[in-house]
Design a protein around this ligand. Structure first.
Ligand code: NAD
Length: 246
C-alpha cells in the first residue's frame, strides 16, 4: 500500500530530537523525502538513520539567509517543497516578574520569527509546485492562558494567529496552513525543564485522559494535515491534549 506521503517532499525544523525527529521518521515511513534541520549537530545522525530519503542541515530558524539556503538545498536534493513543519521551539518557563527581556526575545526569535521566516521562505517553491501544506506547531499554550510562561505563551498565541492569517492569504495559491496544539508531551523539552518523574505523575493526574502525551500522539495529526487527506482543511487548529483544555 502506498504511504500517505508518497512522492511528497518535506522540511521539518527542530528535527534533531523529540517530536521533530519522530515526525521525520514517520514521514519517511509514509513515503516522503525529508530535509531535517536543527541547531543541534545530532540532526545529522537523525537524518543518516533514515537513509537516502533524508538529508540534514544545521539551521537556526531565526536566520533568514539560512532559511533560503535550506529551501535551495531541499529543491536541489529532492526537486521541490510540498510540506513545511514549523516545529523548532524553545520553552523556558518563568513568572512574569522573573522573565528577562533577553528570555522574551529568545522565545520570540525561535518560536515566532522562525515560524514567520519559514512560511515566507517556502511560498515561492510551493506556488511553483501548484500548492503545499504548512503545519505550524503551536501548543495548548496558544489556545488558553497558563501562568509562569508568558514568553512562551505569547509566541504560541502568535503561531495560532499567524496560521489563520497565512491560511487566508495563501489559499488562492492552494497552500494550506494549519496549527497543531499539543498538551504536555514527553520530550526533552519537558524532561529538560525539570519535568522529573514526580512532576510528570502530578501533571498526568490533571489530564482527563489520565496520562502525559507521547510523540506518537502528535505525529498522526501532523501526517494528516501534511497530506492530501486534509485537502479541504486550512486555518484549523488541531488539539491533542488528553482533554486538558475542556
Ligand atoms: N513537549 C511538549 O510538551 C510540547 C507541548 C506543546 C507544544 N510543543 C511544541 O512542540 C515543538 C517540538 O518540541 P519538543 O517537545 O519536541 O521539544 P524538543 O526540545 O525535544 O525539540 C525542539 C527542537 O528545536 C530545536 N531548536 C531550538 N532552537 C532552534 C533554532 N533556533 N533553530 C532550529 N532548531 C531549534 C532544538 O534543538 C530541539 O531539537 C516545539 O515547537 C514545542 O514548543 C511541545
Amino acid at each position: 500500500m502506498a504511504g500517505r506521503l508518497e512522492g511528497k517532499v518535506a522540511i521539518i525544523t527542530g528535527a534533531a530530537q523529540g517530536q521533530g525527529a519522530h515526525e521525520a521518521r514517520a514521514f519517511v515511513a509514509e513515503g516522503a523525502k525529508v530535509m531535517l534541520t536543527d541547531v543541534r549537530d545530532e540532526v545529522i545522525d537523525a537524518a543518516r538513520e533514515l537513509g537516502n530519503s533524508a538529508r540534514a542541515m544545521k539551521h537556526d530558524v531565526s536566520d533568514e539567509d539560512q532559511w533560503n539556503a535550506v529551501v535551495a538545498e531541499t529543491v536541489a536534493a529532492f526537486g521541490k517543497v510540498d510540506i513545511l513543519v514549523n516545529n523548532a521551539g524553545i520553552f523556558a518557563p518563568n513568572p512574569i516578574t522573573e522573565t528577562t527581556k533577553e528570555s522574551y526575545i529568545a522565545h520570540f526569535n525561535v518560536n515566532q520569527l522562525g515560524m514567520f521566516l519559514g512560511m515566507k521562505a517556502v511560498i515561492e517553491p510551493m506556488k511553483a509546485n501548484g500548492g503545499g501544506s504548512i503545519v505550524n506547531i503551536s501548543s495548548g499554550a496558544g489556545q488558553r492562558g497558563y501562568p509562569d510562561m508568558i514568553a512562551y505563551l505569547s509566541t504560541k498565541w502568535a503561531a495560532s494567529g499567524m496560521t489563520k492569517g497565512a491560511a487566508r492569504e495563501l489559499a488562492p495559491f492552494k497552500i494550506r496552513v494549519n496549527s497543531i496544539h499539543p498538551g504536555l508531551i514527553e520530550t526533552p523539552m519537558i524532561t529538560g525543564a525539570g519535568g522529573d518523574a514526580d512532576f510528570m505523575k502530578e501533571i498526568a493526574s490533571t489530564v482527563p485522559l489520565g496520562k502525559i502525551g507521547k510523540t506518537d500522539d502528535v505525529v498522526e495529526p501532523v501526517i494528516y494535515l501534511a497530506s492530501d487527506l486534509s485537502g479541504y482543511v486550512t486555518g484549523s487548529q488541531m488539539t491533542m491534549d488528553g482533554g486538558t483544555g475542556l
